[in-house]
Design a protein around this ligand. Structure first.
Ligand SMILES: [Zn+2]
Length: 471
């Protein structure tokens, strides 16, 4: 894999910390709903997640199961003994004054994830609780001056997945995050929607002279809420650090935010050290013993994981690696693809329609639609129309084509008339094509299709135009 985006003579070194909200119904240590976005502010709370005195936490078994399953999917070693710890700090969104997390005995250690040609080592996967949410002036929910706190998110189960500094550029950082998301979705551990905050990626970025063995001083990038922002933030930070070092300065170890508006990273605060948090074992929860038989059972229940499925789609259906990667981002998408091919659609066409249109049809109907386009009964634009109408009405694509009287005009004599008219009306485009600007054929084809009421076979129209203009 090429090492992208580090200026000449420099190498970027990146480690990732990803927080994923686990797909549980209730919170980590109480029975409150974990669907914190749906409820009015401060309505999905109880004495445990509000941190009231005397309230005692009880660990959510399903959350533990999802973390162990994730560890298994990433090839981690699963701890036999594990425990929770208190991470102490003050912040207004943390009513207890500490977060229950895991410090020295995480549930999973030592895994790996292949990203492109690179093996990214997974340091650890651990379980913790989320904090509440501060709503600042200017945010949608803000009504009064100052800041408000919503504790619906307080105590929602979070999994943290930490890598070694094995990534070497912005592309790889983004690809790691998308590969991880595909795995979390395939095993049902998290819905992992970055824009909803269910997946939060932080990148630890440093740079060093190419060939140097020692690591440079790193900064930690936060506030990233899309894969695109992750890519841009890392790219920007690599350039910024190289500029600082080349002008004789020092990179300061700190946390930096990403400003989407300004497309740059900015200093937020100096980095805390682990000792600042005064971690100690959580006295209100027992240490956990993860029975090997239970872990084996979870291992046996793992589904086919995206990397394996991607390879199988390429091998069995002959689709490109890129298409296979797109199809395996969501298990339901890959399922639809395989079922559509099984229903008779050519694999390449099925991949194109599914990746390009996110169709709202089942496999049998999608295969029927693709068949109508591949056989030339209707053209692609008509196919898109039929897709939409069949999806909305529940009628079959063939019925929609019949009822709307759709068909593609492929007859050369009929199309030649339209081609002549379009040429007469478009002297500039015609002159451009004759002068060798072949790109101008595209708009002419578009005009022929439009003049035919959307029925012209674009392939035949293009051939006719070429015959007329390029002799
Ligand atoms: Zn609660």
């Amino acid at each position: 894999m090429p090492e992208t985006h580090a200026p000449d003579g420099w190498e970027a070194v990146i480690g990732m910390e990803v927080h994923a909200q686990l797909a549980t119904r209730s919170k980590m240590f109480c029975g409150c709903s974990a669907d914190y976005l749906a409820a009015p502010p401060n309505s999905s709370v109880c004495e445990v997640c509000l941190g009231l005195p005397g309230a005692l936490p009880v660990a959510n078994r399903r959350a533990v199961e999802l973390v162990v399953t994730t560890g298994l999917a990433l090839g981690c070693e699963i701890a036999r003994h594990t425990k929770f710890d208190r991470k102490n700090y003050f912040y207004p969104d943390l009513p207890k004054g500490y977060q229950i997390s895991q410090y020295d005995m995480p549930m999973c250690v030592g895994g790996r994830l292949e990203v492109g040609g690179r093996t990214v080592r997974i340091t650890r996967v651990h379980l913790e609780e989320d904090t509440g949410k501060l709503v600042h002036a200017g945010d949608a929910l803000q009504t009064a001056a100052g800041s408000l706190v919503d504790l619906n998110r307080s105590g929602v189960p979070l999994m943290e997945i930490v890598t070694e500094p094995d990534l070497r550029g912005a592309d790889e950082a983004r690809d790691y995050a998308t590969s991880l998301r595909a795995i979390l979705r395939a095993i049902g551990a998290s819905e992992a929607d970055m824009e909803k905050g269910q997946l939060r990626a932080e990148a630890n970025v440093s740079v060093r002279r190419r060939g140097a063995a020692e690591l440079g001083v790193k900064t930690e990038l936060k506030n990233i809420n899309s894969f695109r922002a992750l890519h841009r933030a890392v790219e920007h930070e690599i350039r910024r650090q190289v500029e600082v070092l080349e002008s004789g300065g020092d990179v300061v170890q700190e946390t930096r935010g990403w400003s989407e508006a300004e497309q740059r990273t900015f200093s937020q605060r100096s980095k805390e050290l682990a000792q600042d948090y005064r971690y100690f074992p959580e006295p209100d929860l027992p240490a956990l013993e993860l029975a090997p038989a239970w872990v084996d059972e979870l291992r046996r229940s793992l589904p086919e994981l995206p990397p394996a499925r991607r390879a199988r789609l390429v091998e069995r259906y002959g689709v490109t690696g890129y298409d296979a990667g797109q199809l395996t981002q969501e298990p339901a998408t890959a399922d639809l693809f395989e079922a559509t091919v099984a229903a008779g659609a050519p694999a390449k066409a099925a991949a194109n329609w599914i990746i390009g249109t996110q169709p709202g049809l089942d496999a049998a109907r999608l295969a029927e639609l693709i068949g109508l386009v591949v056989s030339g009964t209707i053209n692609r634009d008509q196919g898109l129309l039929v897709l939409e109408e069949a999806g909305a009405s529940g009628r079959s694509p063939a019925d929609v084509v019949r009822e709307r009287g759709l068909s593609q005009e492929s007859d050369e004599a009929a199309l030649a008339v339209i081609v002549e008219r379009v040429m007469a009306e478009s002297p500039q485009a015609v002159a451009d094509v004759r002068a060798g600007k072949l790109k101008a054929i595209g708009p002419l084809v578009g005009r022929v299709v439009a003049a035919s009421g959307g029925r012209a076979n674009p392939k035949v129209a293009s051939e006719l135009l070429r015959k007329r203009l390029l002799v």
